[in-house]
Design a protein around this ligand. Structure first.
Ligand code: 5GP
Length: 204
């Protein structure tokens, strides 16, 4: 049985990663999203257990002590972590798992090389365009926007550490690129574009 592969996706907030991901996950079968734990409060419209597992700092720290997290990081003043047992269970079913994590978490996974992964960085076309998008979505306070812009400048410097770079200038083109990368990575693992094992060919 072929196990799935990890796809690490990082992007400055506002780069359009969530929209891109939703589009490609709707198009390509065999992809699962890893739902992180976070101490951040839910934004309007976010659902516990769907967007994130929203937990208290105490609960998060207890999970850290128990070694639950494959990686974790503090981002914009909140804690975020990826559950190791949840990801391993998804991979074991043959699904490819998408980790939407920040540049610190990606570096931890790259260094530990615990699980084979492809890493992708999604960049906005420019910082002024990123600022325009952050203001346009109208979900964050001025203070949060300024913090996110400052962090974006730093995060963009980590882009060269990733295997793939996607510039999200025009959404359709970025969707095509992300889809092509997933299919190419599957082919490297001798799998079909659907994510199924090549063994299925002999059963057709
Ligand atoms: P947001 O609060 O806007 O949903 O996410 C803020 C940042 O935290 C994003 O860069 C996102 O990729 C990152 N993030 C979300 N989940 C995780 C996680 O489990 N681990 C790490 N290291 N970063 C995460």
């Amino acid at each position: 049985m072929t196990t799935g592969k990890l796809f690490i996706l990082s992007a400055p907030s506002g780069a359009g990663k969530t929209t891109l991901l939703k589009r490609v996950m709707a198009d390509l079968p065999g992809l699962a999203f890893s739902i992180s734990h976070t101490t951040r409060l839910p934004r309007a419209g976010e659902v516990d257990g769907v967007d994130y597992h929203f937990v208290s700092r105490d609960k998060f720290e207890a999970m850290q002590d128990q070694g639950v997290f494959l990686e974790w990081a503090e981002v914009h003043g909140n804690l975020y972590g990826t559950s190791r047992p949840a990801v391993l269970a998804q991979l074991a079913t043959g699904l490819d798992v998408i980790l939407d994590i920040d540049v610190q978490g990606a570096a931890i996974l790259r260094e530990s090389a615990a699980i084979p992964a492809a890493s992708l960085f999604i960049s906005p076309p420019s910082l002024p365009e990123l600022e325009r998008r952050l203001r346009g979505r109208g979900t964050d306070s001025e203070e949060t926007i300024l913090l996110r812009l400052k962090n974006a400048r730093q995060e963009m410097q980590a882009a060269a550490d990733y295997e793939y770079l996607i510039i999200n200038d025009r959404l359709e083109q970025a969707v095509d690129t992300l889809r092509a990368i997933v299919i190419a990575e599957r082919s490297r693992g001798h799998r079909l574009p659907t994510g199924q094992s090549i063994e299925i060919l002999s059963e057709l």
